[in-house]
Design a protein around this ligand. Sequence first.
Ligand SMILES: Nc1ncnc2c1ncn2[C@@H]1O[C@H](COP(=O)(O)OP(=O)(O)OP(=O)(O)O)[C@@H](O)[C@H]1O
Length: 447
Amino acid sequence: MDKDSLWEAISEAFEKNYSTTTYSTWIATVKPISLVGNELTLELPSPLHRDYWEDKLEDSLVEYSYKITKRDIVPKFVLEGDLRNSAKKDDHVKENSSSANDNEFLQNSHLNPNYTFESFVIGKGNQMAHAAALVVSEDPGKMYNPLLLYGGVGLGKTHLMHAIGNKILEDNPTANIMYVTSESFTNDFINAIQNNETEAFRQEYRNVDALLVDDVQFFADKDGTQEEFFHTFNDLYENKKQIVLTSDRLPKEIAKLQDRLVSRFAWGLPVDITPPDLETRIAILRAKAEADGIQVPPDTLNYIAGQFDSNVRELEGALSRVHAFANFKKVPITTDLVSEALRGLNNGDSKPEITVENIIKSVSTYYNVSIDDLKGKKRVKTIVIPRQIAMYLSRTLTNSSLPKIGNAFGGKDHTTVIHAYDKIAEAVQSDSTIKDQIKELKETLER
Ligand SMILES: Nc1ncnc2c1ncn2[C@@H]1O[C@H](COP(=O)(O)OP(=O)(O)OP(=O)(O)O)[C@@H](O)[C@H]1O
């Protein structure tokens, strides 16, 4: 999601929840400037606006953006004058300094300066990815090209990708690094075609020292973009420029990704990141608490780490929510408080949590297929489709990782889950009966 669409969704939420006067005075006057990692920079017209936002509106903004993105967006308020001054300062920096952190190249790269190797906690599930990323950042374009980091949601792929870019810039402050999501690449390409600017587009993307493309699974189905990316890739590769890619799965598992891209993506080193074990989760939480100056007793850290086992973003989000809750109640963080905060904030309306097991039960009742059959291996259509629907719902409605979902279905491989998900996602588009059935199932589960 880019800054404009995020801001549009946030403004809509404000419009719904606040009076017209509040909206037109404080919200409609804001301009989104950038969204880098989780940091959303917003430009405000005056210091008065900044005070008001910090005092009265910031919490709602964080809440709305969490609902919209499922990420803990951190707002940064700047004043129009500040931006102009810092632009001037950047010009100055360009002439006089080559420090990596405030250089023009960092500004243009879209890198998040907080995502570094130093702030990345190494554990069992990510040590190979970390090591490969470090090698690439020390010797870009040489050993592993492309480097492909793949694995489930919120496991640190983007973090490591930015760390590579930041390290290259630290060693060579004038390096031209470009970080994009595959969606931004696609949008840029479409805009370039519309505005007759494909040549400029090519110049921009082929003139970099390292190209970092996040979430390449979203190239699926977009043939024109794939064609363009194929040529960008070849050009950079031939010129020994580093390419780093992330994906939620192996390229050969991405439906509708052209074979020639699948094979190129596998040329270098594909390395997966798996969910962190308990010790790593505790270490990540401890590092985050220390960085943010949050006091949490060790047994309470262990307790939080025990609650979220497959997504580091949620783990971090839980800590931020607990911190906010403790501040609000003006009490120290304890295990009891955490349990209350997570219960209250996770299931605000005390709906039961949706689990893979609940989904299997509901699907079994809905289609009149036994649970054993849903978890079994029978290949008849009357069982296969409900099974795939149950897997699709498990991936959409729960935070369980692909291997965990596979396990819940009688020890199936994660590729079976991906295949089921893709099949049903496609059916939802083309088959209105399936679409309606899924809607009904979701309603039952969310009730
Ligand atoms: N090992 C780690 N050490 C420190 N922070 C981590 C680690 N792994 C993940 N994080 C943090 O968790 C959050 C989510 O990570 P990130 O955005 O890199 O995930 P991702 O794998 O790219 O997910 P997605 O598939 O949703 O894009 C980030 O704030 C990141 O800094």
